[in-house]
Design a binder for this molecule. Structure first.
Ligand SMILES: [Zn+2]
Ligand SMILES: [Zn+2]
Ligand SMILES: [Zn+2]
Length: 196
């Protein structure tokens, strides 16, 4: 082996780390939302059907804009939607009837906390200073949510369903562990981290 040859591990460390931005790595002609990459291997090497968000999808919905709940179709402002959707999710996960939902509607085991549907991808990004921000491809993503305030349950906003990091999964190469919605983490823990 020549002295200039580098090992696999060294190669990994030589790869530059880049931070997400709205324009990296691609931007569409229309300057609309940046694309998402799917089926990207996670840090443990498993190819999961997971989208890596590059920057926030720009949402035209303001915090006080009224939007229909995608589950029950009642209107709420964006800033209250996560709290509202959390009630549907809790009921569904506990097997309690939810008369506000259409009879044929099933909430999955990994619903998006912003909109209640399956398939949205949200990532929590925590800085070493303790700042927590979220990125998501959900159209109901409330990017300006005050994370610290949302962690505290209040009579008006009891829901604490928030994107949180799995305490067991290894961090990704960007230094951020895998993100799950708090109400859904139990399913991930039972599926991946609990031994018989
Ligand atoms: Zn609803
Ligand atoms: Zn969503
Ligand atoms: Zn995990």
């Amino acid at each position: 082996m020549s002295s200039t040859q580098i090992s696999n591990n060294e190669t990994l460390e030589l790869l530059p780390l880049v931070t997400s931005s709205e324009t990296f790595p691609y931007r569409s002609d229309a300057s609309s939302a940046p694309p998402y990459l799917y089926n990207v291997p996670n840090s443990s090497g498993n190819a999961e059907s997971e989208a890596l968000p590059y920057g926030d999808v720009q949402t035209p919905i303001g915090r006080n804009d009224k939007i229909p709940c995608k589950l029950c179709n009642h209107d709420f402002i964006l800033a209250d939607m996560r709290n509202h959707v959390g009630k549907h999710i809790l009921r569904a996960h506990r097997g309690e009837p939810d008369s506000s939902l259409p009879a044929n509607l099933d909430i999955g085991i990994n619903p998006c906390g912003w909109c209640g549907l399956d398939g949205c991808r949200t990532q929590l990004n925590a800085t070493s200073q303790g700042t927590k921000r979220t990125t998501s491809n959900c159209t109901y993503h409330y990017a300006k949510m005050q994370y610290r305030a949302a962690e505290i349950s209040t009579p008006r906003k009891p829901c604490t369903n928030l994107p949180i990091h799995c305490p067991v999964c290894p961090s990704r190469l960007n230094g951020q562990p895998q993100t799950f919605w708090k109400y859904n983490l139990i399913h991930h823990m039972t599926e991946y981290h609990l031994l018989n």
